[in-house]
Design a protein around this ligand. Sequence first.
Ligand code: G1P
Length: 291
Amino acid sequence: MTVRIRKAVFPVGGLGTRFLPATKAMPKEMLPVVDKPLIQYAVEEAAAAGIEHFIFVTGHGKTAIEDHFDSNVNLETLLKKNGNTELLNFLKDCTLDSGKISYTRQSEPKGLGHAVWCARDLVGDEPFAVLLPDDLFHCKTPCLKQMVQEYPKTAGNLVAIEEVPQNQTSRYGILSVASDDGKLVRVNGMVEKPSPDQAPSCYAILGRYILSPEIFTELSKQKAGAKGEIQLTDAMADTLDRVPFHGMRFEGKRFDCGNKIGFLMANVEFALDRPDLADDFKEALKTLSFE
Ligand code: G1P
């Protein structure tokens, strides 16, 4: 039986302190890569994977995200009057249909697991996707679409993975791997943000998940883990005895836009991929000195 993944959760309640002062009054998810906010890349990726309902778990100071995906009648009227169809199309691209988008708030910053748990009533009893907009993917086939294509082989829980340098394991959820067929790895354990000497491998969980609704049973226990937060990784680990768990190597590149170097690299990569910018940008880059 083919199971459709219809709903996606976007945890966007985080404070974004690493990008202060830019994020003092603006959600970190609205930081632009070239000219599009991070959150829009994630929403477009989800839509390309067949997602029909977009669930945002927001928090204080995040209303710019709601406005971004709503229509802006004044701006549209002006652009129509000026006959600027190109810009009008940009606006259409970031307007989600009424009823296809839901917002719920995480009233306290209790961690990623808690944020996902806040979406439990909106998700209901069906498998769903989670996308962390800080992880920006540049792939021919969007990363979540690759996962949806693999999902019938795995069912249960599926996450995108990447091998990371040993000295970076403490930034990620790290998997313990039972078997590996090159594309999919079967997982028999995981730990959130282990120090390099404690890490069971270098396979890191990236910010793309397809989860069984069974996860909510574990998240409801509200168990605090690493950093005193309710961790999604811990809840996934606690379902290993009854829900199959796989990691998928995706085809493409991932940029960690939660840190400055990753964010800057993403801007360069995405600009160089833009037909309207690439040539001029390459020329401009040559004028920089790297001494
Ligand atoms: C979260 C997860 C972690 C995962 C990472 C991917 O951490 O808790 O397991 O590896 O996203 O980006 P965060 O980056 O929110 O600290």
